[in-house]
Design a protein around this ligand. Sequence first.
Ligand SMILES: Nc1ncnc2c1ncn2[C@@H]1O[C@H](COP(=O)(O)OP(=O)(O)OP(=O)(O)O)[C@@H](O)[C@H]1O
Ligand SMILES: Nc1ccn([C@H]2C[C@H](O)[C@@H](COP(=O)(O)O)O2)c(=O)n1
Length: 244
Amino acid sequence: MSTDAPLTVAIDGPSGSGKSSVAKGVARRVGLAYLDTGAMYRAATWWCLHRGVELSDGAAVAHAVRVMPLVMGLDPAAPTVHVEGVDVGEQIRTTQISTAVSAVATNLDVRAELRRLQRAVVDAEREPLGFSGGRGVVAEGRDITTVVAPDAEVRVLLTASEEARLARRSLDVHGTADAAAVAATRDQVLRRDRDDSTVSQFQVAADGVVTVDSSDLDLEQTIDAVLVVVEQVTGRTVDPRPAP
Ligand SMILES: Nc1ncnc2c1ncn2[C@@H]1O[C@H](COP(=O)(O)OP(=O)(O)OP(=O)(O)O)[C@@H](O)[C@H]1O
Ligand SMILES: Nc1ccn([C@H]2C[C@H](O)[C@@H](COP(=O)(O)O)O2)c(=O)n1
C-alpha cells in the first residue's frame, strides 16, 4: 500500500455470497485485521444453547449475550473465536447453529450489544495498539456498511445469484452441489436470509456502497474485484497477487 493511513473496509451480503472468504483474502493482501461479525452471532447462539437458555426468551438471550466472555481473533490467516476460553470455531459452523442463529440475530438487544463490540474493534484497529498496528480492519456481515461502520472508507455489497450461493453452500456442507444437496441447503441460505432481512438491509446497496457481483467470478477474481474498489476509492495501490 502506498499510504499508512488507517483503513476500514466494510463488506455485507447475503448468505453464501462469499463475504468471509473474500474479506479474509482482502485483509491478507492489504495487511489488515479481519472481523467476522457473523461468527459473533454464531458464538452468541452457541453460548445461549450451552447455558440452556431458551432462544424464544428474548430477555434471557439478551442477558446471556451481555455477559458472554467472547474473544475474537483478528488474524485473517487464522481467525479464531473463543467463548469462556473454549475454542468454538468449529462448533459454531454446525447445522444446529446455522439453523438457530437467526433467532438470536433478530433480537434487537443482542444486535445493540454485538454492534457495540464490533464498533469497538473497528475503532481499536485504527489505533497503533490494535492487532493490525493501526492499519485497520476488514469487517464483514449484514449491517457493517449501514450500521456498524457506515463511515468506512470502503463499503462493498457482495452479491451472487441464488443459484451460485446455494451451490457454494451445498459444496461446503455436503461436498456436492447435486439437486438433493442443494435442496437440503435451502433453509441455511434462503430461509435464513429471509429472517435476517427483517432486521438488516443487505440485499440492495445503500447510498455510497459499491456492489460486486461474484456470480461468475472465482474466489481470487472476487478478491481482486474488491481490491480494485479499494484502489479506486482510496487512491492506494495494492500489491499484485503473487504468482502461483
Ligand atoms: N467467487 C467466489 N467468491 C467467494 N466465495 C466463493 C466464490 N466461489 C466460490 N466460493 C466459495 O463459496 C463458499 C461460501 O463462501 P463464504 O463462507 O465466504 O460465504 P459467506 O457469504 O460468508 O456465507 P455465510 O454468510 O453463509 O457465512 C466458500 O467455500 C467459498 O470458497
Ligand atoms: N453483521 C451481521 C452478521 C451476521 N448476522 C447474522 C445473520 C446470519 O444468519 C448469522 C450468521 O452469519 P454468517 O456467519 O452466516 O455470515 O448472523 C447479522 O445479523 N449481522
